[in-house]
Design a protein around this ligand. Structure first.
Ligand SMILES: NC(=O)c1ccc[n+]([C@@H]2O[C@H](COP(=O)([O-])OP(=O)(O)OC[C@H]3O[C@@H](n4cnc5c(N)ncnc54)[C@H](O)[C@@H]3O)[C@@H](O)[C@H]2O)c1
Length: 291
């Protein structure tokens, strides 16, 4: 039976694990603590139970939960066919994780890198299996989004592309192939927009609600850039902009100081209950905090 490892049980790992289990796959979810894994399981279960209410398909929560096991650390990855890695957007963290996975996973295991910006070839280069490393930029929330960016690295083999494409299709995703480049297509554009939106608030040009209102009301976007930042994670936005800034050595990616301050303050967006807006399960619309 195909077993998929999901390493990192945060915003993206939870969505990936839920999507995989809901489409019949056995999943081993890995993170660094029992608390994080417990919260992740509780979130998957709650999302499954709420799915119908939120306009999604009816999901049998018990069946989904039966397909997900957990492991503190990479010890549970000894028998996985594919790993979808979704750890923090930080090169030191990812390097350590790939070294451990390379040691413990079977030689045939494919490593799928879920990153906002880090080049796939850079990740592949620290493993002993660069031909089995491929990027998939999942969109958030994973179960609700129908397409992903598929990013082969310089050495990725046709077999790895075929195995990954088959898994994505089984998950209900349309892969859109793009070349390997820091930030890929989506985040070369999106991260600049969100960073610049944060500068508007930082400089006092407009508050967060006004910035978002302009994008929703004038452009017809379903969400403004700062609501999007809270959904993605303000810390993840900062780390991604830092990756772009370092990679391209281009000042157009200089990170907004407000993103740094909010990250230091733990105002990480929805997952923390506060970001540019405050969230409570009781209120449908968030209250403005930053700006
Ligand atoms: N949030 C988004 O909307 C989004 C969208 C696409 C891609 N991404 C990318 O996906 C990845 C994960 O993002 P996220 O938003 O889920 O981040 P997150 O901060 O919500 O979760 C990251 C998880 O990784 C875990 N982790 C850290 N070190 C680990 C280790 N050594 N072993 C196992 N787990 C470890 C953390 O404990 C945490 O649970 C990042 O690379 C990010 O850039 C995020």
């Amino acid at each position: 039976m195909t077993v998929i490892g999901v390493v990192g049980a945060g915003v993206m790992g939870v969505g990936v694990a839920q999507n995989l289990a809901a489409t019949g796959h056995s999943v081993v979810m890995v993170d660094v603590s029992e608390d994080i894994l417990g919260n992740a399981l509780a979130t998957v279960e709650r999302n499954c139970r709420m799915s119908r209410l939120l306009g999604g398909p009816a999901i049998d929560a018990a069946e989904v939960m039966d397909r997900i096991s957990t492991s503190i650390g990479p010890g549970g990855l000894t028998d996985v066919d594919i790993v979808i890695e979704s750890t923090t957007e930080n090169w030191d963290v990812k390097q350590q994780v790939y070294r451990e996975m390379d040691e413990i996973c079977p030689p045939d295991t494919v490593f799928v890198v879920n990153t906002s910006a880090i080049p796939i070839t850079r990740v592949a280069g620290i493993t002993s299996r660069p031909e089995q490393v491929i990027g998939v930029h999942f969109m958030n929330p994973v179960p609700a989004k129908s397409a992903v960016e598929l990013i082969p690295g310089v050495h990725t083999s046709p077999r790895t592309i075929a195995r990954t494409t088959a898994l994505l299709k089984a998950m209900g995703k349309k892969p859109i192939p793009v070349k390997d480049s820091c930030g890929f297509v989506s985040n070369r554009v999106l991260m600049l927009t969100v960073n610049e939106a944060a500068f508007l608030v930082h400089e006092g040009v407009a508050d967060a609600a006004t910035v978002d209102e302009v994008f929703r009301e004038c452009f017809g976007h379903p969400m403004g850039p700062l609501e999007t930042a809270d959904l993605i994670g303000v810390d993840t936005i900062l780390y991604s902009v830092e990756v772009l800034y370092e990679h391209y050595a281009d000042s157009k990616y200089r990170p907004c100081p407000l993103l740094k301050q909010m990250t230091d303050a733990g105002l990480h967006g929805r997952k923390a209950g506060r970001g540019f807006y405050a969230y409570s399960t009781a209120t449908a619309r968030p209250a403005v905090l930053a700006g």
